[in-house]
Ligand binder design. Structure first.
Ligand SMILES: NC(=O)c1ccc[n+]([C@@H]2O[C@H](COP(=O)([O-])OP(=O)(O)OC[C@H]3O[C@@H](n4cnc5c(N)ncnc54)[C@H](OP(=O)(O)O)[C@@H]3O)[C@@H](O)[C@H]2O)c1
Length: 285
């Protein structure tokens, strides 16, 4: 069994990765309190003790609003902390996956699904921090693999007090009889977290670099949900287009998986996965 270190394992993705890889690896998953990634000495000490061969770096300030409100504090975690992990992994000879985001494409005017080689200038603080972290981590450790993740969901909540997600919010709103309003001026992928964790196994074999890593989707969230409902024979008057969000500057952060597919890794489309996961819930209604 290989030794694996997972950061941010108290969070949404890290906890799911830890549960998954505990089946096949010796997983060390320090809490934020046990290893603060902004403290390089603490990171070094942890690497010395855990001697990981594989690293998954999920710790972050992942709330885009929090990054906007607290740019310096979030930069320390998202940029400096990530540099500490990439460098320590490189020095330990451990293969390292680091989580980036599709938000780095926010602000791009390129049409269609984005590719990894575009020149970018992200429109929000979080996206800029993630892009800079990609560049700095690769400079420090060219063997590390930066995964540009989409918005993820899981029908099942794993941690008490865990932040909600697209899927569980949809079900909760449906249950409560609230309007399901989704933007029409926004193109983005949505990915089942289980598919991300599963594909991380293969991602350890990728050459160092940046990869789009999530489900492809050429539809806005409103059309995505509408088509999933329709294909399942489900209809509700609660579903409504949100025409206001992103109207002044329509957003496109959808990603092409062409590069990842060339390396033999693929994801189901957002439509395929969402339909599959919604089916058991909508059949009950
Ligand atoms: N969730 C998504 O849909 C999504 C989409 C695209 C990209 N991503 C990226 O994927 C990664 C995982 O996201 P997530 O949703 O799992 O995030 P999350 O639920 O917010 O979890 C982040 C974890 O990082 C920990 N953390 C924060 N600051 C830390 C520090 N200084 N030292 C050590 N740990 C620290 C947090 O601990 P505390 O709570 O104790 O502070 C928390 O356990 C992040 O890089 C995120 O930016 C996520």
């Amino acid at each position: 069994m290989k030794r694996m270190l997972i950061t941010g394992a108290g969070g949404f993705l890290g906890s799911r990765a830890a549960a998954h890889f505990r089946e096949t690896c010796l997983v060390t998953a320090p809490t934020h309190r046990e290893m603060d990634i902004t403290d390089e000495a603490s990171v070094r000490q942890f690497f010395k003790e855990a001697r990981p061969e594989l690293v998954i770096h999920c710790a972050a300030v992942s709330d885009t609003g929090a990054c906007q409100r607290h740019p310096e504090a979030s930069r320390l975690v998202n940029l400096t902390g990530s540099e500490h992990i990439a460098k320590a992994a490189g020095d330990a000879g451990a293969k390292c996956l680091l989580c980036s985001s599709d938000q780095i494409y926010f602000g791009s005017t390129a049409a269609g699904a984005h590719t990894e080689d575009e020149r970018l200038s992200p429109a929000n603080v979080y996206g800029r921090q993630k892009l800079e972290a990609e560049e700095r981590c690769l400079a420090l450790n060219p063997d590390c693999v930066l995964l540009r993740l989409t918005w993820m969901y899981d029908p099942v909540s794993v941690n008490p007090g865990e932040h909600s997600d697209f899927f569980r919010t949809l079900l909760a709103n449906l249950e409560a009889g609230r309007i399901l309003a989704y933007p029409v001026h926004d193109l983005r992928g949505l990915t089942y977290a289980g598919d991300v964790v599963q594909n991380m196994e293969k991602a350890f074999s990728l050459p160092g670099g940046v990869y789009n890593f999530g489900s492809e989707n050429d539809k806005n969230p409103y059309d995505t949900v509408r088509e999933a409902f329709r294909s399942l024979g489900f209809s509700t008057p609660l579903l409504a287009p949100n025409e206001e969000a992103f109207r002044p500057n329509p957003r496109n952060i959808s990603m092409s998986l062409a590069k990842l597919k060339r390396h033999g890794i693929d994801f189901p489309s957002t439509f395929q996965a969402l339909t599959k996961h919604l089916a058991p819930f909508l059949k009950e209604r």
